[in-house]
Design a protein around this ligand. Structure first.
Ligand SMILES: NC(=O)c1ccc[n+]([C@@H]2O[C@H](COP(=O)([O-])OP(=O)(O)OC[C@H]3O[C@@H](n4cnc5c(N)ncnc54)[C@H](OP(=O)(O)O)[C@@H]3O)[C@@H](O)[C@H]2O)c1
Length: 206
């Protein structure tokens, strides 16, 4: 269990993840771009494990999920203090509608490598980004088995921590390895983008 968990962004992706994390019995901090008071109805709906704070406070958590539109990512990272080894979970996507991303616009990097390069001292892990938000909002565990959630990152220990969180909230984590390889597979245009996969029910029962 991770010490403190923050989610930056409380839209379709952020609120779905907040609900799953809270349902797993863990506290979660949440913010948006408009201030904590605007989140009061959502916090009320999500229950006592969810607390709304300002972005700077949420981004100071031990593990911080970024669930904000791509154009806001690098500008926000430039405002935030160094990460000192804390984990940044990148759930963002550099394009919409699962079209091919412009790798040329990203300097030939995957989007999560851009995030890593912009977040001094962070250990970036990419996950929660291959399923449409409407699917992400559904229960992670189904009668067919647990939904598969891919993850990738350059720090193995951080991948283990995030993999444990992914499992705790009910998904089946599959580690794809490095950001370069794993993010290319997960980001829009990658062969895993939009793929809804399950473990078998037998595996869940073990
Ligand atoms: N939707 C999907 O199906 C899907 C699937 C996979 C990945 N993604 C990716 O996940 C990310 C989030 O998508 P979404 O659909 O959840 O977007 P969304 O519904 O538009 O929500 C975005 C959230 O980010 C907040 N935000 C924007 N800039 C911020 C800042 N500087 N500081 C704090 N909060 C900020 C917004 O605040 P306000 O509420 O105040 O505007 C809003 O709560 C995107 O990168 C998207 O490409 C989306």
């Amino acid at each position: 269990m991770t010490a403190t968990i923050g989610i930056v962004g409380s839209g379709a992706v952020g609120r779905a993840l907040a609900a799953h994390i809270a349902a797993s019995g863990q506290d979660v901090l949440l913010c948006n771009s408009r201030g904590r008071e605007t989140l009061e109805p959502l916090v009320e709906e999500l229950g006592p494990r969810v607390t709304a704070l300002e972005t700077s406070a949420v981004a100071a958590a031990d593990l911080v999920v970024f669930a904000i539109p791509w154009p806001a990512v690098v500008p926000l990272l430039e405002e935030l203090p160094p990460w000192h080894g804390r984990i940044l979970v990148d759930a963002t996507a550099p394009a919409s509608h699962f079209r091919m991303p412009s790798r040329y616009e990203l300097g030939g990097l995957t989007s999560s490598e851009v995030v890593q390069a912009s977040a001094a001292g962070a250990r970036v892990v990419k996950t929660f980004c291959t399923l449409p938000a409407a699917v992400l909002a559904l229960p992670p565990a189904t009668e067919a088995g647990r939904r598969v959630m891919f993850l990738s990152g350059d720090d193995q220990d951080a991948r283990v921590v995030v993999g444990a969180l992914v499992d705790e909230i009910g998904y089946a984590a599959i580690d794809l390895g490095s950001l370069a390889t794993g993010s290319l597979l997960q980001q829009p245009g990658g062969s895993l983008a939009g793929r809804e996969l399950w473990t078998s029910a037998e595996v869940v029962a073990e």
